[in-house]
Design a protein around this ligand. Structure first.
Ligand code: AMP
Length: 229
């Protein structure tokens, strides 16, 4: 895009930081397609564990429904499991991890061990007041994972995915007004300190994420290509 060099995605590690509703998942999927990296969402991995009824899933379920963070041990375990898969060698976009200082330090250790580094930690900056509307209107195609929103990104034909034609649309159990307040609180108390953590490392990039999805994607693509080059 825009004549910027394509990154060496072999070991690229990008982190997307931001509160629930900031657009981390949407933007990670767009970057994944554009840069050939793999989106790694601990939220998606945990939801899959809950659905599969694994030990981690059983421990995580009630915590997730309450909008709180699961333990660092569980979050790290699902991350490590996924990092062991061959496809992530292409490089990853971490969406929803790390969420605490303990997780950030554990990630540093993991990357050190494999001779990798964080190319950029990108903070998606948004107004809290807009997050409830953003979150309560969103839904995802169960067929291909494309994200939609009742007001901001509706499907062309009601109930049918524009991308793959599936009619299996899903809304997350924790995407409701009550849980959103707890999730925003968890973000501000436990995750927001990571902005300073990555700033001190010289890895932080800030992006205004209140605008149009495509404009934000363009800016993120530019930063990601530059950081991973
Ligand atoms: P997300 O899909 O990223 O919004 O995550 C959904 C829920 O999964 C969060 O509200 C947490 O309960 C849990 N979760 C996801 N990632 C993490 C993480 N890195 N650490 C702790 N909890 C997490």
């Amino acid at each position: 895009m825009d004549g910027v060099t394509t990154p060496d995605a072999a070991s690229a590690v990008l982190i997307l930081l931001g509160p629930p509703g900031a657009g981390k998942g949407t933007q990670a999927r767009m970057l994944e397609e554009e840069l050939g990296l793999v989106q790694l969402s601990t939220g998606d991995l945990l939801r899959a564990a809950v659905a599969a009824g694994t030990q981690a899933g059983k421990a995580a379920r009630a915590v997730m429904e309450a909008g709180e963070l699961v333990s660092d041990e569980i979050a790290l375990a699902v991350l490590k499991d996924r990092l062991a898969d061959a496809d992530v060698a292409k490089g990853v976009i971490l969406d929803g991890f790390p969420r605490t200082t303990v997780q950030a330090e554990a990630l540093d250790t993991l990357l050190d061990q494999s001779g990798q580094r964080i190319n950029a930690a990108i903070s998606l900056e948004v107004d809290d007041s807009a997050m409830v509307t953003r979150i309560s209107g969103r839904f995802t195609c169960g067929g291909c994972g494309e994200g939609y929103h009742d007001s901001f990104k509706p499907t062309e034909k009601t109930g049918v995915c524009d991308k793959c034609g599936s009619t299996d649309m899903k809304r997350r159990a924790d995407d409701n007004a009550e849980t959103v307040a707890a999730r925003l609180d968890a973000y501000h108390t436990q995750t927001a300190p990571l902005i300073a953590y990555y700033d001190q490392k010289g890895a932080l990039e800030r992006v205004d994420a209140m605008g149009a999805i495509d404009d934000i994607a363009r800016e993120l693509g530019r930063i990601a290509k530059h950081a991973a080059a």
